[in-house]
Design a protein around this ligand. Structure first.
Ligand code: TYM
Length: 321
């Protein structure tokens, strides 16, 4: 079974990325042949500073490796190190109905938020389809916001197969219900573009300030809170704290007597502790740039090998060869 996923280097990675995609992807390394990449081509639709792109790409590599991506099991690479994917994007775009792309929420959301309505942003899902199909992927671990893009991929693969004969594997999304949409500091989906993130690796003081600043209601500590399970800090605590600790705090909030300040303080401590080992690993990796470069170089060579085989199949199918 081949497992594939990508992550954009569009800013510091956050708890939404981690629990929605990275942790499931890291667990899946054991279950098959995993290919994970840094989607730098995709980032060009929202980022136009070359130095920032280079720095972010490096940071994503460090973050993912620090969190447990194992290069001995997993092929880890930069999307743009496999330029074959852009050629496949063109082949796929000739069978992609406009209507399919016009229905994509992500394009509508991004342009509504002020991103330039470029052709790249509009055809973003076709590049994503090429990413998935060029590695004969079976399973794509993603958060819920990417579900529609995996559905587009399936539709495009079926269209190509119908037009030219069986060429592509039809992939399935893998979305973990309990972390499909990790909430941000304001209760909306955690997202860099909403400015509501808790980064995986940030300065202690900055994260403490963010967490202590989460706005709660004005009920007194003594009041029982029957809606404790909907409290944002409780929801986040369930992700970063041991299950019995999270349950204990939820119960104390429900019963009354636990103040929001103490709850947020616990959230910060549990968050800090959750990523302590990864933080130490990341510091080691920062000091070993040649190692990180080597991982990405080896990954790119393996990815390119497979990608060129599948691209050759597609070129032959449609008559280019
Ligand atoms: P990106 O970079 O926006 O996000 C990376 C992954 O993190 C997940 N995620 C979340 N999950 C739960 N809750 C949240 N608040 C949250 N925020 C982000 C995303 O769902 C995603 O899985 N288009 C993709 C990158 C991509 C890709 C691909 C993915 C390019 N090609 C091929 C899979 C297969 C993206 O922008 O993800």
């Amino acid at each position: 079974m081949r497992i594939l996923s990508g992550i954009q280097p569009s800013g510091a990675l956050h708890l939404g990325n981690y629990f929605g995609m990275m942790r499931p992807a890291i667990e899946l390394q054991e279950r098959g042949d995993a290919f994970y990449f840094i989607a730098d081509y995709h980032s060009l639709t929202s980022l136009s500073d070359p130095d920032v792109l280079r720095r972010n790409t490096r940071d994503v590599a460090l973050d993912f490796l620090a969190c447990g991506l194992d290069p001995a099991r997993t092929v880890f690479f930069k999307q743009s190190a496999v330029p074959e994917v852009t050629e496949l994007t063109w082949l796929l775009s000739t069978v992609t109905p406009m209507g399919l792309l016009e229905r994509c929420h992500s394009y509508k959301d991004k342009t509504a938020r002020g991103l330039a309505a470029t052709h790249g942003l509009f055809s973003y899902p076709v590049l994503m389809a090429a990413d998935i199909l060029i590695y004969d992927s079976n399973l794509v671990p993603v958060g819920r916001d990417q579900k529609q893009h995996v559905e587009v991929t399936r539709d495009v693969a079926v269209k190509f197969n119908l037009a030219y004969g069986e060429t592509f594997v039809i992939p399935e999304p893998e979305i973990r219900e309990e972390v499909a949409t990790v909430p941000g500091l304001d209760g909306q989906k955690m997202s860099k573009s909403y400015g509501n993130t808790i980064e995986i690796f940030a300065e202690e003081k900055a994260v403490r300030k963010k967490i202590m600043g989460i706005v709660m209601d004005s009920r007194t500590p003594q009041e029982p809170k029957p809606d404790a399970d909907r409290n944002l800090a409780v929801q986040l605590l369930k992700l970063v704290a041991p299950a019995d600790t999270a349950r204990d705090y939820e119960e104390r909030l429900r019963a009354g007597g636990l103040g929001y300040g103490d709850l947020k303080k616990k959230l910060f401590e549990a968050y800090w502790e959750h990523f302590a080992a990864a933080r130490a690993r990341r510091a080691e990796l920062v000091a070993a740039p040649d190692y990180v470069d080597g991982v990405l170089r080896d990954g790119a060579a393996k990815a390119r090998d497979l990608a060129s085989t599948v691209l050759r199949r597609a070129r032959r199918a449609c008559g280019l060869d």
